[in-house]
Design a protein around this ligand. Structure first.
Ligand code: SAH
Length: 495
């Protein structure tokens, strides 16, 4: 086990993910471009990418999500979809008993009919539910939720999004050129490596889309060629934009095939002139023939090289390769619910497994004796360590490594944990992790998932290890897509 702060800097070359419509495989270090769900690994999915239910994957693959219905408000009755993220704490006291769940038929504001809202819907494939109203989407997700987890009979609906548009705070565009050589940017057409031009998107941050458009328009005058996958000629492969929902800070990552970016200072200047709101610009070099978006090497061209954002009343540093939930409005509700489920009293040793940049653990730290975070991605762990310090949190430590292995070593060392939050990638957790969770004596497990199928599989193992499912809820983090997040509380019923 390595404590992150003293890490030797060994980078974890892992998988990560990326997609427009719903963060698919919450993964590791860099991102995969979206291609065909059936063909060449869209956002990291392979044609056989679904994990068979009931079996544990040897590697980490992907799957699918679900939901149900209800309406959520902040404790003060303020609507949650209105940009309030960050203004509220995720502390257990504030969220306990805070949500009133109204039936879907009461969801008046959600009656948003999708009358051909997207010009590239047939080609992009990111939003599977464009033909449905938001109410219908929630109904469908509710059904999926029932199918995957209905046997537990404790699931109490879905926390839906008040304004389910332009929620993605991270936008990625693949760059290419048309037959005349003009730069284009957008998404890969399903099943191909053809870039479908996208000007704007129903679910992406509008500012991010505008910046990507500006970059495209600047390229010819700076003689920056887009990269051609077939010939290997050209430079610009992708652009990723991340925007802090509360802070407004904006990171632009230019992914290039080689480190040489002609007249980069002038280019940066020109971009900043068009978008003075950009706070940092990074050049990421990806010279591999790969569907991953980001390469290993990075140079900061402008600003501090990361952005900060506020979530649950805390400030988080987010670097380009770290996982950060893409829908901050809903993330805050998700964390609130997770922390409420944990029912912390301030006495507990809490493990935040698959912790990313430490968001859940740090949000819970105020109500815990100690927080121990574990995460595979070294960059994310570094962010988590900085985030603890940045927020003056002294009772949290973060380690880099595989969560299952880490917990097993904790168990071997006879260390104890009272509450475990786990938020694994779409492949779910592992038997090793679940068995170790029981061995460290966890009384409560709060399982956050973006894939109800692998979650259902894992819940069965938890049950065999003496845990019972007590409560659960869906959170619609990805409107217009088939994906939904869930949070489930289990507690120890027998030793
Ligand atoms: N809880 C965080 C991150 C969830 S995404 C949040 O809400 O932001 C899942 C995280 O699990 C990613 O950061 C990914 O890098 C990490 N991860 C993937 N496989 C892992 C493993 N085997 N052990 C530990 N972390 C892993």
């Amino acid at each position: 086990m390595k404590q992150a702060g003293r890490n030797d800097g060994r980078t974890q070359k892992g998988r990560m993910e990326m997609r427009r419509g719903g963060e698919i495989s919450r993964g590791n270090t860099d991102e995969k471009t979206r291609r065909s769900p059936k063909g060449k690994t869209p956002e990291g999915r392979t044609s056989t990418g679904r994990t068979p239910i009931g079996s544990f994957p040897t590697g980490r693959t992907q799957g699918l999500s679900y939901g149900s219905a209800g309406k959520e408000r902040f404790p003060d009755g303020k609507k949650t979809g209105s940009g309030a993220a960050g203004s509220k704490s995720c502390g257990a006291h504030e969220s306990r008993g805070a949500y009133g769940s109204r039936g879907l038929h009461g969801a008046r504001t959600a009656r948003l009919m999708a009358s051909s809202p997207c010009p590239v819907s047939g080609k992009c494939g990111g939003c599977q539910y464009l033909h449905l109203s938001y109410e219908q989407q929630l109904e469908k997700k509710k059904r999926m939720l029932r199918e995957a987890l209905g046997e537990y009979r404790v699931l109490s609906g879905i926390i839906w999004m008040e304004h389910p548009y332009h929620y993605r705070n991270k936008v990625h565009a693949a760059f290419d050129h048309d037959r005349k050589g003009n730069p284009i940017s957008g998404v890969y057409q399903e099943g191909t490596h053809e870039v479908v031009p996208v000007e704007s998107c129903l679910i992406e941050d509008e500012k991010a889309d505008a910046i990507i458009g500006s970059i495209r328009s600047l390229l010819p005058s700076f003689k920056i060629k887009t990269y051609d996958e077939d010939t290997g000629y050209g430079l610009l492969r992708h652009v990723m934009v991340r925007r802090g929902f509360v802070s407004g800070e904006i990171m632009v990552v230019l992914v290039t095939a080689s480190p040489i970016l002609p007249s980069k200072n002038h280019f940066v200047k020109a971009l900043l002139k068009l978008h003075p709101e950009i706070t940092t610009i990074i050049q990421n070099v990806n010279d591999r023939a790969t569907s991953m978006v980001l390469g290993e090497r990075e140079t900061v061209l402008y600003g501090k090289g990361y952005i900060e954002d506020t979530l649950c009343g805390l400030t988080f540093r987010i670097s380009s390769k770290s996982f950060y939930q893409v829908n901050p409005v809903q993330t805050q509700k998700l964390y609130q619910k997770a922390i409420e489920y944990a029912g912390l009293t301030g006495e507990e040793v809490v493990v935040d497994a698959y912790c990313g940049i430490g968001t859940i653990g740090l949000a819970a730290a105020g109500n815990a004796a100690q927080v121990i975070g574990v995460e595979l991605n070294a960059d994310a762990v570094k962010d988590a360590v900085v985030n603890a310090r940045r927020n003056g949190i002294r009772n949290a430590r973060f380690y880099q490594g595989d969560a299952g292995e880490f917990l097993r070593r904790m168990a071997d060392a006879k260390e104890r944990a009272d509450v475990i939050f786990l938020d694994p990638p779409r492949t779910g957790s592992t038997k090793e992790f679940i068995e170790a969770a029981a061995s460290v004596g966890a009384k409560k497990i709060v399982y956050i998932s973006c894939n109800p199928q692998t979650q259902a599989r894992d819940l069965k193992v938890f049950e065999r290890m003496g845990y019972g499912v007590k409560k659960g809820m869906g959170v619609d983090m990805f409107p217009w897509t088939e994906h939904v997040e869930t949070v489930v509380l289990m507690s120890r019923v027998k030793d």
